[in-house]
Structures are given as structure tokens and as C-alpha cells.
Design a protein around this ligand. Structure first.
Ligand code: CU
Ligand code: ZN
Length: 195
């Protein structure tokens, strides 16, 4: 009886072993043939931000973030600003619960660098520099942030400040209070119209 059970057990193990081998061989085969393109098909290539004002001001705006070869291109416009330069950054969190925008945290800085100019070799990844509002309070935005990958910033936020980022003060360029914040969401890609 004991001998028979052992034999059955061994047979069972051998069968399981075989099926494991064939499963992993199948997985490896899938990987070889399609995994690369499959992974890329699920990476977001366009993000969108609706900027809303923090408490006590009326700044609003709309931005699009596009993944390009060299980085992320940020375009759009921001309204109701005071004329002049305004600090403009990607902050760590997409958390807009605080009415003053502070729950967005500090500048997105995965590499542990100091704050700096967008052109600097070492800076926060989220240091987009400044946007400039005209006499009507409108800033047209077109910034190429080199080296940035869009998928690392989806779910984080963009913050516009009341003052100018001096591009050197630590930890955030002395740009003053936050006047608008918005979460970086995955954009719905426009499909060609049917018919
Ligand atoms: Cu900021
Ligand atoms: Zn910074």
C-alpha cells in the first residue's frame, strides 16, 4: 500500500514538473515574440492637466504633456496671472486636498539633486523654470523638459507660483505661494472620427 502511494506520488510530481516546464517554456516564447511591443502599447504618451486656482485667486489653465524622443513637451496656456514670470514645476504628489496647494509636496526630485534651472545638468526632474504672463495675465507655455519620461510623472502635479523662480535658491527657487495646481492625468487619445 505504502509502495503504491509513493509510486503515485512520484507520478504526480513528474506530471506537475512537466506541466511547469511546459508553462515556463510557453511564457518564454511569448516574451520572445511580443513582449516588447506589448509593454510599449501600455505606456501613456500624452498627459493632460487642468490647473485650478488655490484659495484666494483666480488662476486657471490647461496643459498637455507629450512624450517625445528627447523628453516631455509641455504646451498650453495659463490665465489670470499677474504679468511677469511665475515659477512652474512638477511637484511630487497629485494631492490637491490642501486649499493652498501645499499637499502637492515639494518638487519632483527622484535623483536627490538640488533645485536648479531647467538647463542645469543637475536639478530636480520637475524644475520646469518659469512661465511668463503678458499684460493680460496670459502665459503661453511651450517647454521641452529634456530627459523626462511621462510615465514617471502621471499622477503627480504641476504647480504655478505667485512669484518668479530665481533658479538657484534652495529648495524651490523662492517662487512664493502656489496660485494654481493640477494633476497630471492620462489623456484620452483622439481617435479618427467614424464614417
Ligand atoms: Cu513649484
Ligand atoms: Zn526644484
Amino acid at each position: 500500500m505504502l509502495k503504491k502511494m509513493t509510486t503515485l506520488g512520484m507520478t504526480f510530481c513528474a506530471l506537475v514538473g512537466m506541466s511547469l516546464i511546459s508553462t515556463s517554456a510557453h511564457a518564454a516564447d511569448d516574451h520572445k515574440h511580443g513582449d516588447h511591443d506589448h509593454a510599449h502599447a501600455h505606456m501613456p504618451t500624452e498627459g493632460v492637466v487642468i490647473l485650478r486656482s488655490t484659495k484666494g485667486n483666480k488662476v486657471r489653465g490647461r496643459l498637455v504633456l507629450k512624450q517625445v524622443k528627447s523628453g516631455v513637451r509641455v504646451t498650453g496656456r495659463v490665465n489670470n496671472l499677474t504679468p511677469g514670470e511665475h515659477g512652474f514645476h512638477i511637484h511630487e504628489f497629485g494631492d490637491l486636498r490642501a486649499t493652498d496647494g501645499k499637499s502637492a509636496g515639494g518638487h519632483f526630485n527622484p535623483d536627490g539633486h538640488d533645485h536648479g534651472s531647467p538647463d542645469a545638468e543637475h536639478r530636480h526632474a520637475g524644475d520646469l523654470g518659469n512661465i511668463t504672463a503678458d499684460s493680460e495675465g496670459v502665459a503661453k507655455v511651450d517647454i521641452l523638459q529634456k530627459g523626462l519620461k511621462l510615465h514617471f510623472v502621471i499622477g503627480r502635479s504641476i504647480v504655478v507660483h505667485a512669484g518668479k523662480d530665481d533658479l538657484k535658491s534652495q529648495p524651490s527657487g523662492d517662487a512664493g505661494p502656489r496660485v494654481a495646481v493640477g494633476v497630471i492625468g492620462i489623456a484620452q487619445m483622439k481617435k479618427p472620427a467614424k464614417k
